[in-house]
Design a protein around this ligand. Structure first.
Ligand SMILES: Nc1ncnc2c1ncn2[C@@H]1O[C@H](COP(=O)(O)OP(=O)(O)OP(=O)(O)O)[C@@H](O)[C@H]1O
Ligand SMILES: [Mg+2]
Length: 310
């Protein structure tokens, strides 16, 4: 889907509903947001004030909400439209849509290619399409054969993810207490809310740069244009990343949550995830809480911690 298609689609959608065409400033906003520009830049290019751009943007998202969902905004516009376009293209043209049908709790990454022709075509906004399967990689996850209890902890985590859209969650507790198990259960119960889900273990102490490369390779698999940073993917798609065994990048000293030499930049990365504006979640599973988490949590910066006990 290129820029021309986007403008044409928005123009037609708005015209069908209101009998009006996109105004020049609305077209500039669409173009800018599609190209990942911020409002001040769009205002500068259009030679108007930022507040005018914001006012017009509110009207624009309002007009497109019926097509793309109630929670539409500048951050998720592109991913929502790309998703809708992929879905409608697949159902109209009978294309094969690559879908991950089941997450595999057995620690394997299994994907099935399902021919959407065999499904009854659904209108693009139907709940089924809204909740289409995400792309999931659980290669690094352990096996979960059965799961009992933990109802209250699971519902807390679900509330943080689904209602509060918490960006950074830490689940910490003793080895064997069930951190990985509850995270796997959480994936099973929230997967339809995400575009991408990946589980990565820090057992082999990858550097931050190695980890980020791996994440970008995974997010870059879909037809999206490659983006420069992990945070960019977090902004433009709804991603769930589980980092397991985070204690491996901490010193085994008396002071909990201190990074090994050469791994301090992980702290900055976690802070960036908590403080930047995006629509994704990072879950850390660890024996200890990273040091900066307490400060971020105290400042209520979209950070929550669950101490898992026996
Ligand atoms: N709620 C549960 N129901 C059933 N089995 C569970 C549950 N929680 C944990 N287990 C089992 O207990 C074992 C340890 O759980 P898990 O691997 O999740 O612990 P952990 O906290 O991630 O440990 P570590 O920090 O060593 O990775 C696993 O075999 C897991 O399947
Ligand atoms: Mg574990």
């Amino acid at each position: 889907m290129n820029l021309e298609d986007v403008v044409e689609w928005a123009n037609n959608s708005i015209f069908d509903k209101t009998g009006e065409h996109l105004t020049p400033i609305q077209e500039a906003i669409l173009t800018g947001v599609w190209q990942r520009q911020k409002y001040p830049q769009i205002a500068k290019d259009f030679h108007c004030s930022e507040s005018h751009v914001k006012k017009e943007a509110v009207k624009l998202w309002e007009k497109l909400r019926e097509e793309l969902g109630e929670d539409l905004n500048k951050l998720n516009f592109r991913s929502k439209l790309e998703k809708k376009y992929r879905v409608s293209q697949a159902s109209q043209l009978g294309h094969c849509l690559l879908q991950i049908d089941n997450i595999n709790i057995g620690g394997q990454f299994i994907q099935t290619i399902e021919n959407t022709k065999t499904r009854s075509p659904l209108p693009p906004d139907s709940p089924q399409n809204k909740n289409q399967s995400p792309i999931i990689n659980l290669t690094d996850a352990p096996e979960l054969t059965s799961f009992y209890d933990r109802t209250s902890e699971l519902s807390t985590l679900k509330q943080w993810i689904l209602q509060a859209h918490t960006r950074l969650i830490t689940v910490y507790g003793l080895s064997g207490i069930g951190k990985s198990a509850i995270a796997l259960k959480l994936i099973e119960q929230t997967q339809t809310e995400f575009d991408y889900i990946i589980w990565l273990s820090l057992t082999n102490t990858p550097t931050l740069s190695t980890l980020q490369t791996e994440l970008k390779q995974f997010f870059g698999r879909s037809p999206q244009t490659p983006l420069p940073t992990v945070i960019d993917y977090f902004r433009f798609s709804r991603c769930l990343v589980i980092l397991d065994d985070v204690q491996n990048i901490f010193k085994s000293s008396q002071l909990a949550g201190q990074y090994l030499a050469g791994y301090e930049d992980y702290g900055k990365f976690f802070k960036q995830i908590a403080t930047s504006s995006h629509q994704s979640s990072l879950i850390l599973l660890s024996w200890e809480k990273p040091r900066e988490i307490a400060t971020l949590e105290a400042e209520n910066l979209s950070t929550r911690t669950l101490h898992l006990k026996g």
